[in-house]
Design a protein around this ligand. Structure first.
Ligand SMILES: Nc1ncnc2c1ncn2[C@@H]1O[C@H](COP(=O)(O)OP(=O)(O)OP(=O)(O)O)[C@@H](O)[C@H]1O
Ligand SMILES: [Mg+2]
Length: 339
């Protein structure tokens, strides 16, 4: 059984082991990411979902070494392809970025420089990590734009970011991110700013390129619909913690955590009525005011005294499935609509 599981899943590319982030304020220390552990495997797409403020971006910025100055990052391991990221100097990390790992963000305009042409920005990225002539870099850049299906790439090379639509800009960002064939691509809400049709095209493109380039993707989104479309594995985060981890198939077939089920209810209703219905009462607790016990207990319809008393562990309760809920079994986790 165990053997079978191991042969089914691919080699581990990224190992995040007990990642914690801290913010020092005047009177205390806040923790936006708490004991987060997970793996990304070669050629797999890991979706990370959770509401706003759950620590999704902080987790990815920690891996990239791009957290703001006021944040302290600690981890037992952050291993990418066997390299310990926590032990690298700033310079070594910068070298890893763009080459071994790359990140794209929600709004490409903030990462593209409006003062330089697309061609300049793309060739600079290529030249930064490769011993190539300007001409070779240019040709490779045009090739990249073709790969991300940008029409008339030679022409777009000479354009400035503002001349492109949001969808085209995001394609450019993907081209820049993949230009040096990183083994890991972190995409933080890459399609949220785009309209639905373009969103689907970009996601499809990312998935295609992932296979072609043998890149693993960590896709961050608040949208379970997106996850259902493209992810292989899913991590559900709540209030800085992982609350559930499963293959996309298992997760949608049988969500185990009440929070995951709540998210699914809202997703389904959004598609039915085009109106955002919050089926989970309340909001994510603030960092300064975390509830005792299970962090989800104030919003959980199934919370008992035990849930308010002690923080539940993230436990592997079924083969390949983890959940941070002491009542997952008695709640059954069947379907998603008992409220
Ligand atoms: N530079 C910072 N200083 C202090 N607190 C921060 C900082 N950046 C983020 N936070 C806090 O850390 C928590 C996690 O933030 P994070 O940006 O990781 O959430 P997220 O899951 O990415 O949310 P969203 O879906 O809105 O992008 C939030 O409570 C946020 O307010
Ligand atoms: Mg975010």
């Amino acid at each position: 059984m165990e053997m079978q599981q191991q042969t089914q899943r691919k080699e581990v590319l990224l190992e995040v082991d007990h990642l914690n982030t801290y913010i020092k304020t005047e009177d205390r220390v806040l923790q936006p990411v708490r004991d987060v552990s997970f793996q990304v495997r070669k050629g797999e797409l890991l979706g990370i979902v959770g509401e706003s403020g759950c620590g999704k971006s902080m987790t990815s910025l920690s891996i990239m070494g791009l957290t703001p100055k006021n944040i302290t990052v600690q981890a037992n391991h952050l291993l990418l392809g066997g390299k310990e990221l926590t032990k690298l100097s700033r310079r070594e990390l910068r070298e890893m970025r763009g080459k071994e790992m790359a990140m794209i963000f929600q709004e490409p305009l903030t990462s593209l420089n409006p003062l330089f042409t697309i061609g300049y920005q793309l060739t600079e990225t290529i030249r930064l990590h490769n011993q190539v002539t300007k001409k070779q870099a240019w040709e490779r850049a045009v090739e990249m734009l073709k790969h991300v299906e940008i029409p008339r790439p030679e022409h777009v090379m000479k354009e400035y970011p503002n001349a492109l639509s949001g969808g085209m800009r995001q394609r450019v960002m993907i081209a820049i991110a993949l230009a040096n064939r990183p083994s890991l691509l972190i995409a933080d809400e890459p399609t949220t700013a785009l309209d639905v049709t373009i969103q689907a095209q970009i996601l499809y493109l990312m998935k295609q390129l992932m296979k072609q380039y043998d890149t693993a993707i960590m896709l961050i989104t608040h949208d379970l619909g997106v996850v259902a479309e493209v992810a292989d594995y899913v991590l559900v985060m709540y209030a800085g913690q992982v609350v559930e981890e499963a293959s996309v198939y298992d997760l949608f077939r049988r969500p185990l955590h009440p929070y995951t089920r709540g998210l699914m209810n809202s997703t389904i209703k959004v598609h039915q009525s085009e109106e955002k219905l919050d089926t989970i009462e309340g909001t994510v607790p603030s960092l300064a005011d975390m509830p005792a016990g299970c962090r989800f207990n104030p919003r959980c319809p199934f919370a008992t005294a035990a849930c308010r008393d002690k923080e539940p562990p993230l436990a592997e309760v079924l083969p390949g499935r983890k959940v941070r809920c002491i009542r997952w079994n008695e709640l059954g986790g069947e379907g998603h609509g008992e409220q």
